[in-house]
Design a protein. Structure first.
Length: 275
């Protein structure tokens, strides 16, 4: 469980030593804008709150490996949940319900993972996601070439809006069982790689939105003069048929999107090499 040591000086400056859920110190000084929680859920610390001047209070779970001491840059992964993981559903329910943040640890042991619990799947949540990413990128030793984002269901909608407003912050984006709400021009200019995976007949969104997004991005990249090999590194469309879900004992294609967290080809793409 996280411990906080607070030393008060006569100048009313507060110096903090923060520990992760396993009890190891991770920083000697902490910006006063962040408030750490006390509840451990599957190796994540909840309910942490970033008090952002521009984006309000942002609730999130946090996993920091025991090995992190700030001496070397670590990767950063932000995982956005579906409707069942939003803040009003309960503290830590996103990590209890989805495995993306759990499975990610198998691909890089030197990676800090943020699991936001936002309030919707719109632009406000997209801005809060960007604010969290910028905070950790500036307050922790983060490798800017290894900053990853994924979003499932409503989280995928939010993630697509993140790709509209700040795609340059991220190394790659995994969009799961969702629709695309964001504009594409900034994403195409940044050339942030995107993998879109969903059921062909997703019971909530269908697949027409991601098909159209794929076609539009391919067109934009061709207009930039990129060849097919270059384009395939930047945009992947992976449509799963019902046989895929049947083999895993899953009837509903939308709810079955949680299974993508356990697919090594999908998760391996996200955390792989992106030139």
């Amino acid at each position: 469980m996280k411990k906080i040591i607070i030393l008060f000086f006569t100048t009313v400056i507060v110096s903090l030593s923060i520990y992760n859920v396993q009890g190891q110190a991770i920083s000697e000084r902490l910006d006063e804008k962040i408030e750490y929680g006390t509840e451990a859920v599957r190796g994540f610390l909840f309910d942490n709150v970033l008090h952002s001047e521009g984006s309000g209070d942002i609730h999130f779970g946090l996993h920091i490996p025991d090995s992190y001491d700030g001496s070397k840059p670590y990767a950063l992964f932000v995982t956005l949940p579906g409707y069942e993981g939003l803040y009003f559903q309960g503290i830590g329910v996103n990590i209890r319900a989805e495995d993306y943040g759990i499975e990610a640890q198998k691909y890089n042991s030197e990676m800090i993972i943020i699991a936001p619990q936002l309030n919707d799947w719109g632009m406000t949540s997209a801005r809060q996601t960007v604010a969290l990413t910028k905070y950790f990128s500036s307050h922790y030793n983060i490798d800017p070439g290894k900053v990853y984002l994924n979003g499932y269901s409503g989280g995928g909608e939010t993630g697509s809006l993140v790709m509209e407003i700040a795609p340059e912050l991220y190394t790659a984006f995994l969009h799961c069982s969702s629709q695309w709400d964001g504009k594409l021009e900034a994403l195409a200019n940044a050339q942030t790689p995107v993998y879109m995976v969903t059921g062909e007949n997703d019971s909530y969104y269908g697949s027409s939105s991601v098909k159209e997004t794929y076609e539009k991005l391919v067109k934009l990249y061709r207009e930039q003069g990129l060849d097919e090999e270059q384009i395939t590194k930047l945009i992947v469309l992976d449509l799963k048929d019902q046989a895929y879900f049947d083999q895993r004992g899953i009837r509903d294609q939308h709810g079955g999107g949680g299974s993508f967290a356990h697919e090594t080809d999908i998760m391996g793409w996200l955390f792989g090499v992106h030139d």
